[in-house]
Ligand binder design. Structure first.
Ligand code: HCA
Ligand code: CU
Length: 463
């Protein structure tokens, strides 16, 4: 039924409107490049009128030569549109509140609002920009006026119209019908922009697509004003799983999510779909036993689809099958009787919320006397001291180092070296990759590495 949908990512505009979030220009460039690699169709880079750094970010992203169409947000004012023109974006998104209350608050009559919209759209078209017109708060507006102002914007040259559910009050049923109706009455491509105030942003976006929206606005990790908007990760996966629609590269979503977590300072909860730590972890004995038989018993789709792996949590909820499987993977084979003893012991330790591999092996040794024949893979930590070329800004390099996989923390220091980076990885190979990335960074003059060997901090004590 639905053949295609364009993904517009607005992490850099709506996402930066998240309370407490402010990306640097460099961070925005890095996010934009990754968004482009992951394959979003449009990137809303910011509202240039907001501040000099937002202006600079929009301008630089527009000049990156990315495959995605680059947009600037703008009020229906020539001065705002002018900034978008200066930034040389592909498209300007001109927004204007269209509810009676919003018009009243701006002291605008409906006629005047239409005039403002039309002249801003015409101005942008005259300066060579493609135009989307956003009828802000469309889902609460007077329908007759909504259609009137949108048609006027289309006649003035807008080829896309955004109909945002600005306060997130729609249900999937209502918004599908709304988009069906608007598709009939407004002769343009329609964008859906669903806020998540009632937790329905993904469902509403899917329903809007069913109703005729041809583009959907998302942010990485669902960032945005208040409770945010439709998160890219579950939305893109839902399009694949439920509608068999291919959009972005799903296997790159965790990487994108982590980058935005780091730069926004907002962490995803463990149970977030797709990117949460627990999204593919199984706990209850009944579940794990079935998953070991066939993962589809308790998984909607395989974790590999989104570049992740299945995990089995060992805790008081765990049954024999899971413990046996986990130990098998660690190279330990126990008799049925020994397994019973281990499981019983695990269940006597509710204070250990999740046993790590090394915890489990220690417990096995303690309960059964069987010495694990293998080395437990454990995290490798290292401290890397970095010397920068004197003419380059240390802070910019420090920030780049922080973006490298495996780097946990970065400190600027004084003395012989300029930066100290703390690395945590799972293997020597990963450590080498990480070091190579640091060494080859532009502006890095030299490095010195010290590996820290970690001791377990869990000790099994007998009762
Ligand atoms: C805003 C409002 C907006 C606009 C959406 C759009 C909304 O923050 O300026 O341009 O499509 O939710 O109405 O984000
Ligand atoms: Cu919004």
């Amino acid at each position: 039924m639905v053949k295609q949908v364009l993904i517009l990512d607005t992490t850099l505009r709506e996402g930066e409107q998240t309370p407490g979030v402010s990306f640097t220009v460099e961070e925005k460039l890095e996010i934009a490049r990754l968004l482009d690699e992951v394959g979003v169709d449009m990137i809303e880079a910011g509202h240039p009128m907001v501040s000099p750094d937002v202006y600079e970010a929009v301008k630089r992203i527009a000049s990156e030569g990315l495959r995605a169409e680059i947009l600037a947000h703008s009020r229906a004012l020539k001065s705002d549109v002018e900034k978008a023109v200066e930034c040389d974006v592909d498209r300007v998104a001109i927004f204007l509140g269209v509810t009676d209350k919003k018009l009243e608050s701006m002291k605008l009559s409906k006629e005047r609002a239409i005039e403002l919209a039309v002249s801003a759209v015409e101005y942008a078209r005259d300066h060579g920009l493609k135009v989307r017109f956003t009828a802000e708060d469309a889902t609460r507006a007077d329908y007759g006026f909504l259609v009137e102002i949108c048609r006027a914007a289309v006649e003035a040259g807008a080829d896309r119209i955004s109909l945002p559910d600005t306060v997130g009050i729609m249900t999937p049923w209502k918004i599908r019908e709304f988009f069906e109706r608007c598709s009939r009455d407004i002769p343009a491509e329609l964008d859906a922009h669903c806020h998540n105030d009632l937790g329905m942003a993904v469902a509403n976006a899917l329903a809007a697509v069913e109703g005729g929206a041809t583009a959907v606005h998302v942010t990485v990790n669902g960032l945005g004003e208040r409770s945010g908007i439709t998160p890219l990760e579950p939305f893109a996966v839902a399009l694949k799983i439920l509608y068999n629609l291919d959009t972005v590269k799903l296997s790159r979503l965790p990487e994108l999510s982590m980058l935005v977590e780091r730069y926004s300072g907002i962490s995803m909860p463990a149970h977030a779909p797709i990117v949460g730590e627990n999204a593919f972890a199984h706990k209850a004995g009944v579940h794990t036993a079935a998953v070991l038989y066939d993962p589809s018993t308790y998984e909607a789709f395989p974790p590999e689809l989104v570049g992740r792996q299945r995990d089995i949590v060992i805790s008081k909820y765990t049954g024999k099958a899971a413990v046996a499987e986990k130990l098998k993977r660690l190279g330990v084979l126990l008799t049925d009787e020994q397994l019973d003893m281990v499981v019983a012991e695990i269940k006597r330790r509710p204070e250990i919320r999740a046993f790590r591999d090394e915890d489990l092996l220690e417990l096995v040794e303690h309960v059964t006397g069987v010495k694990p024949p293998i080395e437990v893979p454990r995290a490798i930590e290292a401290l890397v001291l970095v010397k920068c070329e004197s003419n380059i800004y240390t802070t910019a390099i420090a920030r780049k180092i922080l973006g490298i996989k495996g780097v946990e923390n970065v400190y600027e220091i004084s003395g012989e070296f300029d930066i100290e980076a703390h690395i945590v990885v799972n293997s020597i190979m990963e450590l080498n990759e990480c070091l190579e990335k640091i060494r080859t960074l532009k502006g890095v003059h030299g490095t010195s590495t010290r590996v820290i060997l970690k001791k377990f901090n869990f000790r099994y004590s007998s009762q």
